[in-house]
Design a protein around this ligand. Structure first.
Ligand SMILES: Nc1ncnc2c1ncn2[C@@H]1O[C@H](COP(=O)(O)O)[C@@H](OP(=O)(O)O)[C@H]1O
Ligand SMILES: [Mg+2]
Ligand SMILES: [Mg+2]
Ligand SMILES: [Mg+2]
Length: 409
């Protein structure tokens, strides 16, 4: 029995209409009537509690991802200005990856002080603790402090380099099927951020995302995707974008509560849904920009079987899940090389953003993704995402293509 102190639930429960007993139904004794009402009360309370119990966590996750996005935009702006630095080494990106992870960890711990904190994240501080990492660590520390000061909502003393290392290393959890674990990719689509500077019209698909999700007892219960370079307007059908398009999207989803999108600078959220098309010829599909991350041969064979006419939209990062959740395209295909093991931080947030928008995410055997097994996803060949009507067609086309070109992976 869940003992709730959230009084908001009680009025709902007392307003439960008393079941109507017509003379055709066997009369139930007062005791079992009380018992059945207790079961209804508990069920309503648990479902209300469970959907309500993640509100604080979702608010904290949105704040953390938005702040980390601001830090990344600052780095990307610097990249766009300093040719030499961007050409000579990857350190600017490293600064953003580490800075984003430190900032997300800092915000979550401050916004949710009473919770036990477990974070499964991509980066660790190993390289920063070496002599060669000191200059980068200094830049990260300055960048994180500047972002916190500009935000103005935390009154904290300036964070030290030691604080940075500790914040980055709080991401060492392995997750798993018990308890609560945050799952973070501080910059998903690193290449999308780094190479963005090479194309002034963003044709490279230079997308990246700060991807943050919460696992509770092995299930993804909320997810946030901050996509600083994703236009608010649809990117479907390879519409070219001018640099005047408004960019910067924040997608967020909570189990049972749908998926919403707002601009990164905080416009009011709109509810989004995946494409409802059941005609695969109309469908367009997303895939990795990097052929090394997903077999483009296999996906084009699948597309041909489905009669898809539109060319693939190839962009970096989980921004693809965000674009799918709002119906910019109907299908997402990902077929890494044989032996590659997908990490949970590359898909947890994107997965719930699509499923809460009415989509389905599965592996090539049609199994849902299982995030409860630690840092890795055990998959049967690749990841597919689409709507419920197209999924059976897609699975069939995938199976046939895998049989025809087994060497594609
Ligand atoms: N050989 C490979 N196959 C599949 N995914 C890979 C890969 N090498 C790296 N990746 C992952 O692909 C992610 C980017 O996804 P996408 O291909 O959709 O842009 C990278 O995330 P990071 O950029 O966070 O490292 C990385 O984890
Ligand atoms: Mg990633
Ligand atoms: Mg990453
Ligand atoms: Mg990486």
């Amino acid at each position: 029995m869940v003992i709730l102190n959230c009084s908001r639930v009680v009025p709902k429960i007392t307003s439960l209409s008393r079941p109507k007993f017509t003379n055709t139904q066997p009369l139930v004794s007062p005791v079992s009537r009380r018992a059945s009402r207790a079961v209804i009360v508990a069920a309503v309370a648990v479902s209300a509690f469970s959907s309500m119990s993640y509100d604080r966590e979702l608010a904290a996750a949105k704040k953390a991802a938005s702040l980390a996005a601001r830090l990344c935009q600052k780095v990307q702006k610097a990249l766009l200005q300093s040719d030499v630095q961007a050409k000579s080494d990857k350190s600017p990106v490293t600064v953003a990856d580490y800075g984003s992870q430190a900032l997300v960890s800092f915000v979550l711990e401050r916004e949710l002080p009473s919770d036990s904190f477990s974070l499964v994240a991509e980066e660790d501080s190993g390289d920063l603790r070496k002599e060669s990492g000191q200059e980068t660590l200094q830049r990260i520390t300055k960048l994180v402090n500047d972002t916190i000061v500009n935000d103005g909502s935390f009154s904290v003393p300036t964070l030290t380099m030691e604080d940075m290392l500790r914040a980055i290393d709080s991401g060492k959890s392995d997750g798993g099927s018990h308890g609560r674990h945050w799952v973070l990719d501080p910059i998903d689509g690193t290449k999308g951020l780094y190479f963005a500077r090479w194309h002034n019209r963003f044709v490279r698909g230079d997308q990246y995302a700060i991807a943050l999700a919460l696992l509770d007892e092995g299930k993804v219960v909320l997810g946030v995707l901050a996509c600083p370079n994703l236009p608010l307007a649809s990117i479907g059908g390879n519409r070219l974008h001018s640099s005047h398009d408004e960019v910067g999207c924040l997608f967020f989803a909570k189990v049972g509560a749908g998926t919403y999108m707002q601009s990164l600078d905080g416009s009011s959220p709109i509810k989004v849904n995946v494409s409802t098309t059941d005609n695969s010829e109309e469908a367009s599909f997303f895939e990795s920009f990097e052929a090394a991350h997903s077999s483009h041969d296999l996906s084009s064979s699948i597309a041909k079987k489905l009669g898809v006419k539109a060319p693939p939209v190839r962009i970096d990062s989980q921004a693809k899940y965000g674009a799918l959740s709002r119906g910019d395209g109907a299908i997402y295909l990902r077929f890494p090389r044989k032996g590659y093991r997908e990490k949970i931080w590359d898909h947890a947030a994107g997965c719930i953003v699509v499923t809460e928008a009415g989509g389905v995410v599965a592996d090539a055997a049609g199994n849902p993704l299982d995030f409860s097994k630690g840092k890795y996803l055990d998959l049967d060949t690749g990841i597919l995402a689409t709507n419920e009507k197209l999924m059976p067609l897609l699975l069939k086309a995938v199976r046939e293509s895998l049989e025809e070109i087994p060497s594609a992976l």
